[in-house]
Design a protein around this ligand. Structure first.
Ligand code: SUG
Length: 418
C-alpha cells in the first residue's frame, strides 16, 4: 500500500453562472446577476490542476453531473421549460465544482476496519446543492469501487452535512493515524449554519473512527456572520499543521488543548485578527488555500490571486515565509470565476489519502489528460452565461452537448445514468 494524498478537483461544468443562490456566501450574493464565463472558469480550474501536477502532487478529477437536473425537476413535478425561474437556476447550478463539499473522507489509517471511508454530503441547506448527492454518490462509487474503500450514502435530512469543507485531519504524515476534527455551526445568526453537529457525529460513526481520535468543534458564530459559511474559509490543516484565523472557532483554547493532547507534535499557525480581520480573511480567501506537502516534505500554500491582492494578507504571508514557519512556499493561482461564487482553491478539491493503484484510472489526471480536457472545454463550453437569460433553450442545448462531449472524452458515458 502506497498511501498518497490525491486532490480530486471538481471540473467546472458548462452551466457555471452567477445566480446568487447561496445566502451567507457574500461573494455569490454580491455577484448575483453578473455574466459568467464558463469556458474561462473551467480552464482556470484545469490550469490549477496542471500547476499542482507540476509541483509533483497526485491529481484526480470529479466530473460535473448533467445540468439542468431533469430528474430533480421531475421529482418536483415540473420540467425546465415550465419551472419557475428560481427552480431553473437551482436545477442548472454548476455547484458540484466545489468538490470539498462532495464528501467527508476518513483515510484508512484512521479507521478501525482499515478501509478508507467516504460519506457523500447531503448539502440540504441550499436547495441548488441539495440535489447534487445522487450523482456524487454514483461517481464516488465508481471511482472508489475497490475493496479498500467504503462509500456511504448521505446522512438524512434535516441534519445538514457539507462534507470535507467542515472536516480537518491532522497527522504526523498522511500515512499515519490521524486526529479528525469535525467543525459544526449553531443556528441563530444572520446566516444559516450549514453543518450540523448531529450530521458530523453520524459521519464519524459511519466511518468507524476511534472516538478517542475525533473532535467535534464549534465554528465561531462571528465567523459565520462575517461570511465564513464553511470552516474551510477560516481554517485549513495538513499533516501536523493547523493554519487558522484567530476567530475561526467558538472556544479555541479548549479545542487547541484537546488537539495537543491527541497530537503532541501539532503546530498551530494562527493569524491574529489585528493583522488580518475576518472580513479580509473572507474576501481574500487566505485560508481557502490548499496547504500541501511537496515531494521534498516541505509545505506549500496554493492561494487565490485575491490573497496576493490584499496588502494585509500578503504582508502577513511574506513575513511567515521569511521566518521559521512551516509554510515554506506560496503558489498563486487564478480561479477568479469560481471565487466570484465563493469558491477558492480549497473548495475546488476533495482530498483522498489512498493508494492510487486502487482508484479507477479514468479519474486520475496527468498533463496529457489535462490537455484533452482543455480541448473539450475550448470546443464546447459556453463562453458566457447571463444569469438572467438561463431559460433560453439554445443555451440549455449547448450545455447538454458540452456535457455529452466530456463524458465521451473521459470514456464515462453512462456514469450518471443509474
Ligand atoms: O456552497 N457557492 C458555493 C461555494 C462553495 C464553497 N465551498 C467551500 N467553501 N468548500 C456554496 O455556497 C454559489 C452558486 C450561485 O449562487 O449561483 C455557490 O453555490
Amino acid at each position: 500500500m502506497m498511501l498518497t494524498e490525491i486532490n480530486f478537483d471538481g471540473l467546472v461544468g458548462p452551466s457555471h453562472n452567477y445566480a446568487g443562490l447561496s445566502l451567507g456566501n457574500l461573494a455569490a450574493t454580491n455577484n448575483a446577476g453578473k455574466v459568467s464565463r464558463p469556458r474561462a472558469a473551467a480552464l482556470q480550474g484545469l490550469a490549477k490542476m496542471r500547476a499542482n501536477v507540476r509541483l509533483g502532487l497526485a491529481q484526480g478529477i470529479l466530473l460535473p453531473p448533467p445540468r439542468p437536473d431533469h430528474r430533480w425537476l421531475a421529482s418536483l413535478a415540473t420540467s425546465y421549460a415550465e419551472a419557475a425561474p428560481h427552480l431553473q437556476a437551482q436545477a442548472l447550478s454548476a455547484s458540484s465544482m466545489w468538490a470539498a463539499n462532495a464528501a467527508t473522507v476518513s483515510p484508512a489509517p484512521d479507521t478501525v476496519d482499515g478501509r478508507c471511508h467516504l460519506t457523500v454530503a447531503n448539502l440540504v441547506t441550499m436547495p441548488h446543492r441539495s440535489h447534487e448527492w445522487p450523482d456524487t454518490l454514483a461517481q464516488l462509487r465508481t471511482i472508489f469501487a475497490d475493496a479498500a474503500f467504503a462509500v456511504h450514502a448521505p446522512v438524512p435530512a434535516p441534519f445538514g452535512d457539507e462534507g470535507a469543507a467542515n472536516h480537518m485531519r491532522l497527522a504526523r504524515d498522511h500515512a499515519s493515524p490521524g486526529v479528525e476534527v469535525f467543525v459544526y455551526g449553531v443556528s441563530g445568526g444572520p446566516f444559516p449554519a450549514r453543518q450540523h453537529r448531529e450530521a458530523s457525529e453520524a459521519v464519524a460513526r459511519a466511518h468507524d473512527l476511534d472516538p478517542a481520535t475525533v473532535l467535534f468543534v464549534e465554528q465561531n458564530p462571528e465567523a459565520i456572520a462575517a461570511g465564513a459559511f464553511h470552516n474551510d474559509v477560516v481554517a485549513v490543516a495538513n499533516g501536523r499543521v493547523l493554519f487558522a484565523h484567530e476567530q475561526a472557532f467558538a472556544d479555541k483554547a479548549r479545542f487547541f488543548t484537546a488537539l495537543r493532547a491527541r497530537l503532541p507534535e501539532v503546530e498551530i499557525v494562527e493569524v491574529p485578527a489585528d493583522r488580518v480581520s475576518l472580513a479580509d480573511a473572507v474576501s481574500s480567501y487566505l485560508f481557502n488555500a490548499q496547504l500541501v506537502t511537496l515531494p521534498d516534505a516541505s509545505m506549500a500554500l496554493i492561494l487565490p490571486g485575491e490573497a496576493r491582492d490584499n496588502p494585509r494578507v500578503w504582508a502577513w504571508l511574506q513575513e511567515h515565509v521569511a521566518g521559521n514557519g512551516p509554510i515554506r512556499r506560496l503558489e498563486v493561482v487564478d480561479v477568479r470565476e469560481s471565487m466570484a461564487n465563493g469558491g477558492g482553491p480549497a473548495c475546488l478539491r476533495l482530498r483522498v489519502v489512498a493508494d492510487p493503484a486502487t482508484i479507477d484510472p479514468r479519474f486520475l489526471v496527468d498533463e496529457p489528460r489535462l490537455d484533452a480536457l482543455a480541448a473539450v472545454v475550448e470546443a464546447h463550453w459556453p463562453e458566457t452565461i447571463d444569469a438572467t437569460a438561463i431559460a433560453d433553450p439554445a443555451l440549455v442545448g449547448a450545455i447538454e452537448r458540452a456535457h455529452q462531449a466530456l463524458l465521451e472524452t473521459m470514456d464515462c458515458v453512462g456514469l450518471f445514468d443509474s
